[in-house]
Structures are given as structure tokens and as C-alpha cells.
Design a protein around this ligand. Structure first.
Ligand SMILES: NC(=O)C1=CN([C@@H]2O[C@H](COP(=O)(O)OP(=O)(O)OC[C@H]3O[C@@H](n4cnc5c(N)ncnc54)[C@H](O)[C@@H]3O)[C@@H](O)[C@H]2O)C=CC1
Ligand SMILES: O=C([O-])CC(=O)C(=O)O
Length: 353
């Protein structure tokens, strides 16, 4: 009996010539996203100013001689760039500089995502899955979905996995345990300073494999030095929510390798499924947890059979609920803003589509 030939996955990366692109392409090509046995066809979409940089990456990709890289094409034509895409990573857009909030990028970046949504609608594969990385990611995903009427809206997602990973890392450091032993933390809301990192349903796995609730483990680890409530409000939440700004201040430019790693994690889990812990992703709200339908908001999600499902049945504490409401109001304001800029139809998303 012969072994079946693995199906090649076509991945489009926009902004491939930028910082995140440079950290992302080599990991996708090496098999980190779909496994080393799955051949990948890379389609790099850039604007003319970024073409040389993307072409240089394409040359380097050849030189890596990755066994799972089937081909690389560089183009500035969205129709070619999205042709047959099974996965589209919308990275291309301007990053913020020091002192800016992500919403400040709406006028600079919002206009990119309508035409790209339309090109995905016209040219991508029927099973396309879209991850928007470019900021403000949630509202850009909403704009792209609004221009792709033939693609189910749940295939458009926004990246909050970096925030989720940051939350895992901060908790693991505080408890002095490996990150892999922490599960069920949550990022709710917008990928902005208003996001809501929430540990109240989380667990930490001990050396004997048993799980302890994170609030209990953290309270013990903090000892008498401070209460869990003040650690959450004064240290953990601001650290995670403002980590992007901290990286910009220290590094001089916005997160790149960690953003690429989060994009790999997001698509890997979307395609391959989640196991014992949920993760966080910006997905189109179905009204869960009081988030108005149609907004792209971060939720605790599982992936089953290639689709994200919002974890149901949690009862966020009053303080967490109030923070979620504030972050969701910000998303509503962003939706209003892009409607007034003519980037989506007013009312889009309020009743599904
Ligand atoms: N969601 C998240 O967690 C994160 C999001 N980001 C966002 O990712 C975006 C990209 O960041 P970097 O790679 O650092 O920026 P960068 O400036 O290094 O690269 C952006 C690239 O996009 C290209 N580009 C611009 N418009 C394009 C278009 N219409 N089509 C195709 N390509 C286009 C540019 O030529 C450039 O090569 C920014 O908006 C940044 O804020 C960054 C980190 C984390
Ligand atoms: O903060 C930024 O502008 C880049 C970003 O989204 C992040 O690092 O989370």
C-alpha cells in the first residue's frame, strides 16, 4: 500500500517584508504551524515599498532548504496573493510608535482591510481561515469580514494569543513553575490597554499531575507581601495589558518575534485543535457573555474539528464583568468610528450579517 501524498496548504502572509513577517515566514516554512509533514506553499503579499525586503526573505527561505516548503511567491497583487489561500495572515499595516494607542492606527490601517477582505472573498480557497494581526486587530478583522460576504464570518479572527501567552508567562514566573503547567487563563475584549486578563478560572498542574486553582496558588505564592486582588489590579493586569507599550519603550519598535510565535500558536490550534486547556482568540461574538453579536472580541475558546468554539458557562466575577463591559464599549466605539469613516456599512454585524 502506498502512503497518501499530504495535501499542500497555501498560506498568504501580508506585510511579509516587515518585522513580524521576517520572524514568521521561517517558522511556517519549517513546519511549526502545520507539522513538518505538511507541505506549505507561501504567498507573500506586499506593497511596492516592501517588495525588496519580501523578495530577500524568499531567497533566504530557499537557502534554508526546508523539507516542508513547497514554493514561495512574492507579489503586490492582492488577487494573486490570496489565490487559493487556505490560511491568510493579515499582518501588513503600520505598527504604532511610542505614545500611540492601537486605536490611533485605525485611520492609517483601517483602509487596508476592506480591499483585502474583498480579495479574500474573490480569490481564497473555500475553507480559508483568516487571522488579523495588524492593529487595531479586532476592528480590522471586523472590516475584513464585512467585505467578504461569501466567507462565513467565523473564519475571520483577530490575534489576542500574544496577550494570552503574556498572561501565561507572568503567572508562571510568579509561581516559579513551567508555562506548560498553567491552563485556562483568559483574555477578554479588545487587543488594547482595555483588554481583560483573567486568572479566576485558571489552574496550575503540580508535579504529581493534580491541578490547583490559580487564585489559591497565587495567593499562597504572594504570601503576606500583597493580596491577590492588589497583585491582579496593580501588577498582573497592567503588565499584560500594557506589555506591547513596554516592548516598544525598551526595544524601540513593536513586538515581532513574540507576535509571530503567537500567530503560529493561533493557527496551529485552530487547525489541529486544543487539548486540556482553552486558549484566547478574537472571534466574532455570537452574543456570549453579553458581548454584542458581530463584534470581534477576545473570548476563552476551544478548537474542535477546525472551528473555534466559545467556552460557555463561566461566571465572571463582578469586577471582571465590569472590565469586559468597558473593553466591549471600546470595540463598539471603534465600530462606530469605522462606520463613520465609510469603511463598513453602519449597522454591519449587529444581527449577524
Ligand atoms: N495583534 C497583535 O498581537 C500584534 C499586532 N501587531 C501589529 O502588526 C502590524 C505589523 O507589524 P510589523 O511587522 O512590526 O510592522 P512593519 O512596519 O515592520 O511591517 C509592516 C509591513 O506591512 C507592509 N504593508 C503595509 N501595507 C500593506 C498592505 N496594504 N498590504 C501588504 N503589506 C502591507 C509594509 O510594507 C511592511 O513591510 C502592526 O499593525 C502592528 O501594530 C504587532 C504585534 C502584536
Ligand atoms: O503594542 C503594539 O502596538 C504591538 C502589539 O499589538 C503588541 O505588542 O501587543
Amino acid at each position: 500500500m502506498s502512503t497518501p501524498t499530504p495535501v499542500t496548504v497555501t498560506v498568504t502572509v501580508t506585510g511579509a517584508g516587515g518585522q513580524i513577517g521576517y520572524a514568521l515566514l521561517f517558522r511556517i516554512a519549517s513546519g511549526a504551524m502545520f507539522g513538518p509533514g505538511t507541505p506549505v506553499r507561501l504567498q507573500l503579499l506586499e506593497i511596492p515599498a516592501g517588495m525588496k525586503s519580501a523578495e530577500g526573505s524568499a531567497l533566504e527561505l530557499q537557502d534554508c532548504a526546508f523539507g516542508s516548503l513547497a514554493s514561495v511567491e512574492v507579489t503586490s497583487d492582492p488577487a494573486r496573493g490570496f489565490e487559493g489561500a487556505n490560511v491568510a495572515l493579515l499582518v501588513g499595516s503600520r505598527p504604532r510608535g511610542a505614545g500611540m494607542e492601537r486605536a490611533d492606527l485605525l485611520s492609517a490601517n483601517g483602509a487596508i482591510f476592506g480591499p483585502q477582505g474583498a480579495a479574500i472573498n474573490a480569490h481564497a480557497a473555500a475553507d480559508v481561515r483568516v487571522l488579523v494581526v495588524g492593529n487595531p486587530a479586532n476592528t480590522n478583522a471586523l472590516i475584513a469580514a464585512a467585505h467578504a460576504p461569501d466567507v462565513p464570518p467565523e473564519r475571520f479572527t483577530a490575534m489576542t494569543r500574544l496577550d494570552h501567552n503574556r498572561a501565561l508567562a507572568q503567572v508562571a514566573r510568579t509561581l516559579d513553575v513551567p508555562v506548560a503547567g498553567i491552563g485556562n487563563v483568559i483574555i477578554w475584549g479588545n487587543h488594547s490597554a482595555s483588554q481583560v486578563p483573567d486568572i479566576s478560572h485558571g489552574w496550575v498542574r503540580g508535579p504529581d499531575g493534580t491541578r490547583r486553582p490559580l487564585p489559591q496558588a497565587l495567593t499562597e505564592a504572594l504570601g503576606g507581601t500583597c493580596s491577590l486582588e492588589s497583585w491582579l489590579a496593580e501588577t498582573f493586569i497592567p503588565r499584560v495589558a500594557k506589555r506591547g507599550a513596554e516592548i516598544i519603550a525598551v526595544r524601540g519598535s513593536s513586538s515581532a518575534a513574540s507576535a509571530a510565535a503567537a500567530a503560529i500558536d493561533h493557527v496551529h490550534d485552530w487547525v489541529s485543535g486544543t487539548t486540556d486547556s482553552w486558549t484566547s482568540a478574537g472571534v466574532v461574538s455570537d452574543g456570549s457573555y453579553g458581548v454584542p453579536r458581530g463584534l470581534v472580541s477576545s473570548f476563552p475558546v476551544h478548537s474542535r474539528d477546525g472551528a473555534w468554539q466559545i467556552q460557555q458557562g463561566l461566571e465572571p466575577e463582578a469586577g471582571v464583568r465590569a472590565r469586559i463591559a468597558a473593553s466591549v464599549s471600546e470595540l463598539e466605539e471603534e465600530r462606530e468610528m469605522v462606520a463613520s469613516m465609510g469603511l463598513i456599512e453602519r449597522g454591519y454585524g449587529r444581527d449577524g450579517r
